[in-house]
Design a protein around this ligand. Structure first.
Ligand code: NAD
Length: 371
């Protein structure tokens, strides 16, 4: 399922990956924030070498506060291939069985978990118990209970737990957050934010379509971005949720998980956020209506380049390497021995998981659910 890749996104807008690399390089070279750095870098081990880990691995060339120092994989051939490609010493390579031995490896500071959702909790706990900081991909885990346990174990182990929320470091999203929270166009009343990709079935079934591995369908995989966007633009937590499952058009593909889901979040200010996430339609947009204007992005959530405008004109920010910006942002705080800001920690993943559980409950019962 090539559903959420930079390449497929670029193909949709007609830019080749090569051309985009040149653009990305040019824009980061032109970025005045790119100061030279020669101090210690945070040594990161990627755990799970699938598609997204590939983007992360390629992004280290644009990162200045961290380096790809280790690999954790269940596939021996990938260990050999990635170790050569990314120049990772064989002493820093682990499989799922011997992973706990990483406790003895002083050359790894942080484990970045990029495994199927059902494995996030186990590997977060194992990394924390080995004394390693953790970045865990979205969604944080399969349940609120699991997220709470992950936070507790990391706290007890004295390690930091970060979420892989790349958009928290992305200039267009930082602007959306500012426009909403600082009420630049007055109080936001309505947010419409949706993310979906039309995807086919796969044989064998890819893990995203297997409930025990994914925890659910597009809500878990894509909807988490819509929940995030609604929450950080308003700077509020939802108080109640209503939701509806969409009709299933491909019963084989979506035998275990929803094919699409629509929901409405009510916020204390009276603002409403309405979203759809789907494996049956292509959508990637954000729109906010405020008392004195509007702001929007389209595309809004993919790997960029983003395009956006407000009721006063175009938005224009550099097209950055989102993965490098995120890993650098987290690494710099850890290198400085500071606490990560709460919006990038496990607490943030937990808040999203509470909303996800409420949305599923609302869709199943047809009732308005308090969050
Ligand atoms: P993927 O299928 O490409 O990779 C998954 C990796 O896990 C593979 O290396 C696979 O070998 C390994 N694996 C171990 N046990 C497995 C099992 N039982 N079944 C399937 N694979 C198994 O998936 P991905 O797209 O790289 O997603 C991995 C994680 O990253 C997910 O949590 C996903 O939500 C997240 N993700 C985040 C973003 C983002 O933009 N932040 C984008 C894509 C994926």
């Amino acid at each position: 399922m090539e559903n959420f890749s930079r390449r497929s996104f670029l193909q949709k807008v007609g830019i080749s990956a090569g051309a985009a690399t040149v653009l990305a390089t040019q824009s980061s070279a032109a970025n005045p924030n790119q100061v030279h750095y020669e101090g210690k870098k945070l040594n990161i081990a990627l755990c799970g070498l699938g598609r997204y880990a590939g983007y992360l691995a390629d992004s280290f060339v644009d990162a200045k506060y961290c380096t790809l120092a280790g690999l954790v994989t269940g596939t021996p051939s990938k260990a050999v291939e990635w170790s050569k490609k990314y120049n990772v010493p064989t002493t820093n390579i682990y499989n799922y069985q011997n992973f706990d031995e990483i406790i003895n490896n002083k050359n790894i500071d942080l484990v970045y978990i990029v495994l199927p959702n059902s494995m996030h909790k186990e590997f977060t706990l194992r990394a924390a118990k080995a004394g390693k900081h953790v970045i865990v991909e979205k969604p944080m885990a399969l349940s609120v209970k699991d997220c709470q346990e992950m936070i507790k174990v990391c706290e007890e182990a004295g390690v930091q737990l970060a979420m892989g929320y790349r958009l928290h470091y992305e200039p267009y999203h930082l602007e959306l957050k500012r426009l909403g929270q600082e009420k630049v166009f007055g109080q936001v009343r309505l947010i419409e934010v949706s993310l979906g990709y039309k995807t086919g079935n796969s044989i064998p079934k890819e893990w995203r379509l297997v409930k025990s591995l994914s925890g659910g369908g597009p809500l878990m995989n894509l909807g988490v971005y819509c929940i995030q966007g609604s929450r950080y633009v308003l700077g509020e937590e939802p108080i109640a949720v209503t939701a509806q499952f969409g009709k299933v058009s491909d019963k084989e593909k979506c035998a275990e998980v929803e094919e699409s889901i629509t929901w409405q979040l009510e916020f204390p200010s009276g603002a409403v956020a309405t979203s759809t996430s789907s494996y049956n339609c292509n959508v990637d947009r954000f729109f906010a209506s405020a008392d004195e204007g509007y702001f929007e992005l389209h595309p809004a959530v993919s790997y960029g380049p983003f395009r956006g405008r407000t009721s006063k004109g175009e938005l224009s920010f550099p097209d950055i390497n989102q993965q490098a910006a995120q890993m650098d942002g987290i690494s710099k705080v850890i290198l400085d021995k500071q606490k990560l800001p709460s919006h990038i920690t496990g607490e943030e993943g937990l808040k999203d998981m509470k909303v996800i559980e409420a949305i599923y409950k609302a869709a199943k019962t047809g009732k308005r659910i308090l969050v």
